[in-house]
Design a binder for this molecule. Structure first.
Ligand code: G6Q
Length: 553
């Protein structure tokens, strides 16, 4: 057995007893449990004491991390080695926010001068748009920025744009067109004035069907008013690694912001893909976002495993995923500004670790990445929390909130936070039959009137959660928080022996849709599919023909 298998077996043995751990009892027995199982990094407090763990569990989990070579893989990533082996690429989102003077080399070449030069280009451009020096074709300032992109070229900037609302330019707004559904495009374009709108076509490959189609639609919409292709230069810029196709699209290469193949789509908000962010929140705040992520990178790269926040979060996830058999994990931000964080992390995590073939090309015989889901916690309480409290499934959850709010309604914040604390307590403690009876009696209800309902009113509790408290949601702390999750995902990928940085599943969908589109466009139903797919395509063509749909409209 290799060291990883030994560590896994040790955990499995431990699990046969640990599965019966009861958190309520553990808290009663150990008054220092919070101190033992919590960790502070700058403005972020992680309390992981409400987990189904003992000190032994943690040391065995950390041994598993060690035995999986997490530290040496981490160092390989930071040193620009090509750890994305199916695509022969380095994985260097950490270089994008390397705010130190240290070089980071790929094949002996330091990438930092290029990174810094793109940041300068972005800052300069953003500065000119923000102060009104950059004008639209009729001489008006830009008020609306539209990011046209999808997946990794959309979710990150959109999430950060929402999260940093208090830092936005007061006279500017951003919009995000991602969906190929024309309704999305029309809805956004319908609110805009071509004279004051700037489009950012964001696509690493510049070949993504949804983005290029939407960008062409935006171009036609713009030209319908501007009437002259020369005006495109003032209103369209591109973010891409594909210079040739950007030029073909008609965008001036001076207005192209470059990034590189060693930046994965879902890890790219720190790169030029963050152009909409810097345009809206300005250079200083964008750099603070990078600073926060860099600080977390340093922590991840240097803290011992037992005090390493991403490692701890990752190993707790492994504990539930691979031992308790939990299928999902919930992300529950109690912060309106973080409402897109669950969606962002769905991609970051599931596209990275949703794999069943390991680095050596073998099918795995263990569970890999969980289903990640969630929504703002307070709304969730009135919707799906029922299942977390009383359903049959174990759902580990991350509760995330800020101590200080940007809102002036401080009392509302206290109400929200009281719910935040109450939920993790209730999930952990549950409510016994005796406590339920007591609560009913205290409310003045006669117990005999509700006796038949009692079983439904008991809560088993013992549901695990992490609490992540950020002092205040700032560009800096947001950068740290996102980097925390990125590194958590990295660690889990290493423990599962996966390449977290390719996405062949996404590529397949892109190819198949192109083939079917040509069948639809030529009304050709002779192609061989399964009977379901063929019948559905034929039905679609038939009904749209009967309804007189005009495909060229
Ligand atoms: C991210 C994925 C995927 C990608 C989109 C957009 O890691 O690869 O979500 O970001 O498919 O790709 P382009 O940026 O190339 O248009």
């Amino acid at each position: 057995m290799n060291p990883r298998e030994v560590a896994f077996n040790n955990l499995q043995q431990h699990f046969s007893e640990a599965r019966h751990l009861n958190m309520r009892k553990l808290f009663e027995q150990d008054k220092d449990r919070f101190e033992r199982f919590s960790l502070q990094f700058q403005d972020i407090l992680l309390d992981y004491s409400k987990n189904l763990i003992s000190a032994d569990t943690m040391s065995l989990l950390l041994e598993m991390a060690k035995a999986s070579d997490v530290e040496s893989w981490r160092d390989r990533m930071f040193h620009g080695e090509k750890i994305n082996d199916t695509e022969h690429r380095a994985v260097l989102h950490v270089a994008l926010r390397n705010r130190s003077d240290n070089a980071i080399n790929i094949d002996g070449e330091d990438v930092m001068p290029a990174v810094r030069s793109v940041i300068d280009h972005m800052s300069d451009f953003a500065g000119r748009v923000r102060n009104g020096e950059w004008k639209g074709y009729t001489g008006k300032r830009i008020t609306d920025v539209v990011n046209v992109g999808i997946g990794g070229s959309d979710l990150g900037p959109k999430m950060v744009y929402q999260a940093l609302k208090p830092y936005r330019h007061p006279e500017m707004r951003a919009h995000f067109i991602s969906n190929i559904d024309g309704a999305h495009t029309e809805e956004i374009l319908g609110q805009l004035d071509p004279e004051t709108t700037l489009f950012i076509v964001s696509s690493k490959t510049f070949t993504t069907q949804e983005t290029i189609t939407n960008a062409n639609t935006a171009r036609s919409w713009f030209l319908a008013t501007a009437n002259d292709e020369q005006h495109i230069a003032k209103h369209f810029v591109a973010v891409s690694t594909n210079r040739e196709d950007v030029i073909k699209f008609g965008i001036n290469p001076d207005n192209m912001f470059e990034f590189w193949d060693w930046v994965g789509g879902r890890y790219s908000l720190w790169s030029a893909i963050g152009l909409s962010i810097i345009l809206l929140v300005g250079e200083e705040n964008f750099l603070a976002l990078l600073d926060g992520a860099h600080a977390m990178d340093n922590h991840f790269a240097s803290a011992p495993l037992a005090e390493n926040m991403p490692v701890i979060l990752a190993m707790l996830g492994i504990w539930y995923n691979n031992f308790f058999g939990a299928e999902t994990t919930a992300i529950l931000p109690y912060d309106h500004y973080l409402r897109s964080l669950p969606m962002y992390l769905e991609q970051a995590d599931m596209e990275s670790n949703g794999k069943s073939v390991d680095r050596d090309g073998h099918h795995v015989n263990y569970n890999t990445g969980p289903i990640v889901w969630g929504a703002t916690g307070i709304n969730g309480q009135h919707a799906f929390y029922q299942l977390i409290h009383q359903g049959t499934k174990l759902i580990p959850a991350d509760f995330i909130a800020s101590v200080q709010t940007h809102s002036k309604l401080k009392q509302q914040h206290d109400i929200m936070m009281s719910n935040f604390f109450a939920q993790t307590e209730a999930l952990m403690r549950g409510r016994t039959l005796e406590e339920t009876v007591e609560a009913i009696e205290q409310s003045g209800t006669n117990i005999d009137d509700v006796r038949d309902r009692l079983p439904h009113m008991v809560f088993e509790g013992n549901h695990p959660s992490n609490t992540i408290l950020v002092n205040k949601l700032t560009p800096y702390s947001l950068g740290s928080l996102i980097a925390l999750y990125e590194h958590k995902i990295f660690v889990q990928g290493i423990v599962w022996n996966l390449n977290s940085y390719d996405q062949w599943g996404v590529e397949l969908g892109k190819q198949l849709a192109k083939n079917i589109l040509s069948e639809i466009e030529s009304s050709d139903t002779t192609a061989r599919h399964d009977s379901s797919t063929s019948s559905l395509i034929s039905y679609y063509l038939q009904v749209s023909r009967e309804r007189g749909e005009n495909r060229d409209a």
